[in-house]
Write a protein that binds this ligand. Structure first.
Ligand code: FAD
Length: 469
């Protein structure tokens, strides 16, 4: 048979989970082979977080025109256009810069990157198809980081032309006139709002009774309001039954309790109704690993699977499918392999939604905290009372702190508004350090910044905010 290359660790999948793990393993002196069948950076870099945020930023800049006049800026607004073809080149340049950065980091840390499709042959061997070749690696430990892909229901077929998934929605070279979005989760809302700002007539179809059903309703309200201003049609409690393409037009057959037989016509339809883990076709059975009925691999706090020398991280594990969770797990798995006492020791994964306004949070909502048996105090501060928010014309939203009424320990922090994605950093650190609400209230926050929203929300929870009554 084939001679296997021996290595301490193989990492399967070069996304934010896999490459972070491989780099940390290299730092810890392990020999490590990172196998990626496509591009380093995974979904996040190549067709997820980074391209979507570049698109959203472009849409925001373009839409910014609508506010220029009151600030005294006069431009020939009617002539403004967005050329998605040029945008694609810009996006490619960002992605390739980051791709090269990861390759460089791998090299500098002694990580061997192999391009090919990997599958377990046994508990300690893995086979890689690279071009026409087949290589085998014998490992002491392995990390599964094969990520996830869009879930597409059987009655839809993604063709990239009429029916899009998130990948093809980020590859368009023309702004669709009418864009239907099937699924009002964060990816659908983010991309829908971005295309609406660039001129698409957007309809979001959501099965639940509101968009962003995973997020607390009072946080979502601000986004619903803005969606209305952008003339986005939101059809909630509505199911897409069937799709057909007729005369270069997508026909979506909808059903709801109120109406059966409605057909929505659009130029393109984007399907964003969830993701499925990539755990098939990688020989899990030969390694002795089983998945749950949805295909996820269960892990313990050290990211170990049921086979103790094989780890799993990122989107293949149950929990929120987010890049920072994947990276954190990757680092934990690598450090555990390296003999360090690392573990995932907090149940809290921060989330950010790049809607307009943005939503971000960490820890419990009021309801969740109460369900956990806490008596809670809530402090809220609206950004319309914040000087910086007024000066940047971004007054929507609020910051909210959830506090245990007895101990004053922070249980959750949530923020809706401009730059919520950056603002949540303070909240994440506060929760990680088990801060009390006084820790925020006693901290001098720089003026004029949106971070003063946290200060005021903390003061409000203590009953003595300066800027609100
Ligand atoms: P992935 O990134 O999926 O990487 C897995 C890698 O494994 C892939 O490169 C794949 O090619 C490779 N692979 C799979 N099977 C094999 C095999 N058998 N052999 C070799 N290689 C293999 N998350 C955020 O935190 N913030 C965001 O703003 C955000 N925005 C997103 C926007 C969109 C449109 C999408 C789709 C996702 C977004 N995400 C975001 C989610 C984020 O992209 C994922 O959570 C993250 O990429 C998961 O990382 P991972 O390492 O687990 O897997």
């Amino acid at each position: 048979g084939e001679v296997a290359v021996e290595t301490d660790v193989v990492v399967i999948g070069g996304g934010p989970g896999g490459y972070a793990a491989a780099i940390r393993l290299g730092q810890l002196g392990k020999s490590v082979v990172l196998i990626e069948k496509d591009q380093l950076g995974g979904v996040c870099l190549n067709r997820g977080c980074i391209p979507s945020k570049a698109l959203i930023h472009t849409a925001e800049q373009f839409h910014g025109f609508t506010h220029f006049r009151k600030m005294g800026i006069h431009l020939p607004e009617k002539e403004a256009t967005v050329d998605l073809g040029t945008w694609q080149m810009w996006k490619e340049s960002i992605v390739s810069q980051l791709n090269q950065g990861i390759a460089h980091l791998c090299k500098e840390n002694g990580v061997t990157v192999v391009t090919g499709h990997a599958a377990f042959l046994s508990e300690d061997r893995i086979g890689v198809e690279t071009g026409g070749d087949f290589e085998t690696y014998k490992f002491k430990e392995a990390i599964i980081a094969t990520g996830s892909r869009p879930f597409i229901p059987p009655f839809l077929e993604v063709d990239g032309e009429y029916i899009l998934d998130s990948t093809s929605a980020l590859a368009l070279v023309q702004i669709p006139e009418r864009l239907a979005i099937i699924g009002g989760g964060y990816i659908g809302v983010e991309l829908g709002m971005a295309y609406a700002k660039m001129g698409s007539q957007v309809t979001i179809i959501e099965l639940a009774d509101r968009i962003l059903p995973q997020v607390a309703g009072h946080l979502v309200r601000e986004v619903e309001r803005k969606a209305k201003k952008l003339r986005i049609t939101i059809k909630t409690s509505t199911r897409v039954e069937k799709a057909s393409i007729e005369e270069r037009e997508v026909h979506l057959h909808l059903s709801s309790e109120l109406q059966v037989g409605e057909i929505l016509f659009s130029d393109k339809a984007l399907v964003t109704i969830g993701r499925v883990p990539n755990t098939q076709g990688i020989g899990l059975d030969r390694a002795g690993i089983t998945t749950d009925e949805k295909g996820y691999i269960a892990v313990d706090s050290k990211c170990r699977t049921q086979v103790p020398h094989i780890y799993a991280i990122g989107d293949v594990t149950p929990g929120p499918a987010l890049a920072h969770r994947a990276s954190k797990q990757g680092i934990v798995a690598a450090e555990v392999i390296g003999g360090l006492p690392s573990a995932i020791d907090s149940p809290h994964v921060p989330y950010v939604i790049f809607s307009d306004p943005q939503i971000a949070g960490v820890g419990y909502t009021r309801e969740e905290a109460q369900l956990q048996g806490h008596e809670v105090k809530v402090g809220t501060f609206p950004f319309r009372a914040n000087g910086r928010a007024l000066a940047t014309n971004e007054t929507e939203g609020f910051a909210e702190v959830i506090v245990d009424a007895q101990t004053h320990v922070l249980l959750g922090l949530h923020v809706v508004g401009a730059d919520a994605s950056n603002l949540i950093g303070e909240g994440v650190l506060a929760l990680e350090m088990a801060a009390r609400v006084e820790d925020i209230a006693l901290t001098m926050h720089p003026h004029p910044t949106l971070t003063e929203g946290w200060l005021e929300a903390a003061e409000a929870a203590l009953g003595h905010a300066i800027y609100i009554v």
